[in-house]
Write a protein that binds this ligand. Structure first.
Ligand SMILES: Nc1ncnc2c1ncn2[C@@H]1O[C@H](COP(=O)(O)OP(=O)(O)OP(=O)(O)O)[C@@H](O)[C@H]1O
Ligand SMILES: [Mg+2]
Length: 240
């Protein structure tokens, strides 16, 4: 049998003395879209940061297509196939949109032309500086920049947070195209559980750094008791 795309086994990680992730184990198949849910402060960002090597991992293993990623320095993980769109977006403010996209890239299916096709607004704003973009455009740029690295697994940390409904729809469509059209595997962290569940095949729920629930996304969508208990019901929620 071939290796899973991603396999975490018994991962404990945190910051300094603070333990956050507690015995986290799960695996993902090639092309799978996984929702990572949980209330504020439960460890979602810490899990993505651990995949990227930005936390202190005490024990456990992380394998990407069978390769032991936990031994790789953080700056090597993008080249190993992990794409990261951080919660803060981290656009380079003094570079143009196009420079932000082309400053780092790896050859593959995603190039400037395809990123512009996915986000026509970015092409319209190609000469604008990072600081001159709306929140939604910055998010598109952050995703586009991660795509330019042609990852095998894309980590998206609350990409819809704080955006207007029309932009949420535009980004959701783009994420669906990445997953269904392109077969890109993603881990999608999202407070708006119903949107995340609609875009993914499977879901895991974190509470205080532990996985407390896992289910197919379609089943969790109907499981109101579990959603209420661990996620907080924000049905069809939109930040007002
Ligand atoms: N750099 C850090 N140093 C120390 N503790 C941290 C750091 N970042 C996060 N934490 C702590 O780790 C725990 C998990 O935080 P994390 O950011 O992973 O939660 P989250 O689920 O992403 O929350 P949110 O939905 O608010 O983004 C929290 O108790 C938080 O205070
Ligand atoms: Mg977070």
């Amino acid at each position: 049998m071939s290796d899973p795309l991603l396999q975490l086994t018994g991962v404990h990680a945190g910051y300094g003395d603070a333990a956050v992730l507690d015995e986290v184990s799960f695996s993902m198949e090639e092309g799978e879209a996984l929702a990572l849910l949980g209330r504020n402060g439960m460890g979602k960002t810490t899990l993505l940061a651990t995949l990227m090597g930005h936390t202190l991992m005490r024990s456990g293993s992380i394998r990407l297509r069978g390769r032991a990623v936990e031994r790789l320095a953080p700056h090597r993980r993008p080249a190993a196939g992990l794409g990261w769109v951080p919660q803060e977006r981290d656009i380079f403010p003094s570079l143009t949109v196009e420079e932000n996209l082309t400053i780092a890239g790896r050859p593959g299916r995603w190039d400037l032309r395809r990123v512009y096709a996915l986000f026509p607004r970015l092409e319209e704003r190609r000469a604008n500086l990072g600081t001159q973009l709306s929140g939604g455009e910055q998010q598109m740029l952050a995703i586009g920049r991660a795509l330019m690295l042609n990852p095998v697994l894309m980590l998206l940390d609350e990409p819809l947070e704080g955006l207007a409904p029309v932009i949420v729809e535009e980004l959701s469509r783009a994420i669906r195209m990445m997953v269904e059209g392109d077969g890109l595997a993603i881990i999608l962290v999202e407070q708006h559980a119903h949107i995340a569940l609609g875009l993914t095949r499977n879901a895991i729920v974190l509470e205080r750094g532990r996985i407390v629930h896992r289910a197919p996304s379609a089943a969790l969508m109907e499981d109101h008791a579990t959603l209420e208990r661990y996620v907080g019901m924000r049905v069809g929620a939109r930040a007002a």
